[in-house]
Write a protein that binds this ligand. Structure first.
Ligand code: NAG
Ligand code: NAG
Ligand code: NAG
Ligand code: NAG
Ligand code: NAG
Ligand code: NAG
Length: 600
């Protein structure tokens, strides 16, 4: 382990301390030699020219990475002692530890070898890479199957080329990394239906995602509250945007997709249907929306029509619904280039349909009909529309359509289920039925939880004593947030979502995604809600939460994540502070237990 000068964020010389670079997410395999730092000069990209588009992506990404390296002159605040879980490469021969000697050759090139320059950024594309900085070589060698893997190599490289404290750049030691993600689906979800999020702030989230190797931005575009997206067939739907300034033009959506793609991030759009639907749709025809002007009635439960204000469901029996669904899906399919599309399907509220003359008539025609039959009607009429529109898209839905009380009887098995209820129990159910699953269990991965309730006129807060003691005082102890408490990074990272699954079931887990519902989030807080917690998920799904011996490595993530938070902020991502800076600067001083293997 070498010693290097540590610069504070302001660039002032403040301390000399041990530095061992510790990139996040931890690579699957990384091995450092011990021959001392290697000087890095202006790095020139050399790549095998395969394909125009791949070349463009690569050059662009390298330009950004190099710009970041030289502007930030990064040095992590502090470091772990050598981490035992990093397994040395079998071929590595230990070199003598010479702290002060610098390699005589400085590095001048980044040589990137991409095997398949035409592989598109789609689900399951090979994202692996190898990165080698050998002693005595004047180049950093990157080998990747696709350009998307090479991009991950760059974000790793960005974190391991650091300032030498004297205006130069170094890599601490010769290093070899062999890396690939555990899961092909590693996501976060932005909700722009409850509050508008500007394109600029969406870019900022994508920056954080690229740095932490998250690769799916699930964009929950609209909800009952607002319809921000401009589409060709029904431009007046944006009359239900929050304002004329809070609209995504086609160009805005394309800009987000292009920005994300350049950083290896897919954008999966969601239009939530048939529930969570009012704004926009009702501009086309008020009859498309059931119960849109009802009182949501959480106070008189018998009449309640919505899980939260404002109510509204697409009318499942009204024929014209499907014409407009077709238009919306077709228009957005032309804009969003990903081969996946999320079509919602969560939280159907039966009472809402008491307001629909079409549905009540349908029930009256045959007294044996149930809400499950109604949900089936939706699946049978909507899914063929999605399938016929555009090319071979894969559909994604919230698990409710298969598991809730109002579930449809038969949902096609090729639809990807996003699970959010009951943790492992629902993961078990869905995978045993053969569905591919994206894990978003609310008790672990919902980033909006624990901020109190957003409902107004709520007398339960008018309590003149500490409400902790009584369930009646405090929404059953949740403080008004249905999914309280706040999910800490440790809870996210520690989540063993494949526990007790058979091998066959485990193969159905495509990955995980942390949603951030935005009733209490807009441009002002979005970044601090996502970051750095989403980066803990990033590592969880990239290289897992265990070391080579199978032990939880949460306590080893600590310093990595604290450093990474500083790195996010330096990169313009407004990540929240997790600890006192004292803890950042004194690894493990803020641990709850002295015993480093307390987490088993
Ligand atoms: C490159 O990858 C794409 C998509 O994965 C695949 O269809 C194509 O056959 C590959 N080309 C080569 C030369 O391996
Ligand atoms: C809906 O369309 C079907 C088939 O086109 C037709 O049989 C039915 O009468 C229509 N229902 C209504 C309410 O218009
Ligand atoms: C709504 O309609 C359903 C089915 O027609 C009926 O069973 C239920 O009682 C109605 N709800 C209310 C609150 O009237
Ligand atoms: C896994 O199954 C065992 C045996 O049924 C049970 O004791 C344990 O609690 C389960 N683990 C989880 C995380 O559900
Ligand atoms: C540390 O905690 C682990 C797990 O509880 C335990 O097995 C071990 O004995 C403890 N070590 C010491 C030194 O107490
Ligand atoms: C070369 C090498 O050691 N590869 C290993 C990297 O880590 C994965 C996951 O632990 C192993 O499966 C590889 O064998």
């Amino acid at each position: 382990m070498k010693f290097a000068t540590v610069l504070s964020a302001l660039g002032a010389l403040t301390a000399t301390a041990a530095v061992k670079v510790n990139p996040l997410p931890a690579p699957r395999n990384i091995s450092w030699a011990s021959s001392g730092p290697i000087q890095v000069e202006k790095l020139t990209l050399r790549s095998s020219h395969h394909h125009h588009d791949a070349d463009f992506v690569l050059k662009n990404a390298w330009g950004r990475a190099w710009q970041t390296i030289t502007t930030l002159q990064w040095v992590p605040a502090a470091t772990e002692a050598p981490i035992a879980s990093y397994r040395p490469f079998p071929t590595e021969t230990p070199k003598s530890n010479n702290k002060d000697k610098r390699a005589s050759v400085a590095i001048q090139y980044v040589v990137v070898d991409v095997v398949n320059g035409t592989a598109d950024l789609q689900h399951g594309v090979d994202e692996s890479y190898k990165l080698e900085v050998a002693d005595g070589s004047n180049s950093i060698k990157i080998h990747a199957q696709t350009v998307w893997g090479a991009l991950h190599a760059f974000t790793t490289l960005q974190q391991i080329i650091i300032s030498d404290g004297k205006g130069g750049l170094i890599i601490e030691q010769p290093v070899r990394i062999e890396d690939a993600p555990l899961y092909p689906y590693r996501g976060i979800m932005i909700d722009t239906g409850r509050n508008f999020i500007s394109v600029r702030k969406i870019f900022e989230q994508i920056d954080g995602m690229a740095l932490s190797k998250l690769n799916v931005l699930h964009w929950h575009l609209d909800d009952a509250q607002s319809w921000p997206m401009q589409i060709r067939s029904h431009p007046h739907m944006t009359k239900d945007a929050f304002s004329t300034r809070e609209i995504y033009t086609e160009e805005d959506m394309r800009r987000v997709i292009a920005y994300a793609r350049a950083r290896g991030v897919r954008v999966i759009p969601e239009v939530d249907m048939p529930g969570h639907a009012s704004a926009g749709w009702k501009q086309v025809d008020p009859e498309l929306v059931a119960c849109g002007d009802s009182w949501w009635s959480n106070d008189v439960w018998k009449y309640h029509t919505a899980v939260e204000p404002n109510p509204g469901h697409l009318d499942i029996i009204y024929n014209k619904t499907y014409d407009v669904v077709r238009d919306v899906y077709r228009d957005l399919s032309k804009i969003f280039s990903d081969s996946w599309f999320h079509v919602g399907a969560d939280e159907i509220q039966p009472n809402c349909y008491n307001y629909s003359k079409h549905v009540t008539k349908w029930f009256a025609e045959d007294s044996s009909r149930t809400f499950n039959d109604l949900a089936q009607y939706w699946v049978d009429h909507a899914v063929p529309i999605f399938r016929r529109t555009g090319d071979n898209r894969r559909l994604m839905m919230w698990e409710d359509i298969a598991l809730s009380t109002e579930a449809a009887h038969k949902v096609p098995k090729d639809i990807v289920m996003q699970t959010w209820n009951n943790g492992l129990e629902n993961i078990q159910k869905l995978t045993s039925r053969g569905y591919d699953v994206v894990v978003s269990s609310a008790d672990f991965l919902y980033l909006d939880c624990g901020h109190g309730g957003f409902l107004t006129n709520d007398p339960r807060y008018n309590v003149q004593s500490n409400p902790d003691g009584g369930v009646n005082f405090n929404y059953g102890g949740n403080g008004g947030s249905w999914c309280a408490p706040y999910k800490t990074w440790q809870r996210i990272y520690d989540y063993d979502f494949t526990a007790n699954l058979t091998k066959t079931q485990e193969r159905h887990i495509l990955g995980a995604e942390a949603p951030l519902w935005s009733e209490q989030v807009d441009d002002v807080t979005i970044s601090s809600e996502f970051w750095p917690r989403a980066a803990a998920l990033g590592e969880r799904v990239w290289s897992g939460n265990r070391d080579a011996s199978g032990r939880k490595r949460t306590n080893m993530l600590t310093q990595r994540l604290l450093n990474f938070r500083e790195y996010l902020v330096a990169n313009g991502v407004q990540a929240t502070a997790l600890v006192s800076k004292y803890c950042l600067q004194h690894p493990h001083a803020c641990d709850l237990y002295y015993n480093q293997t307390t987490i088993s």
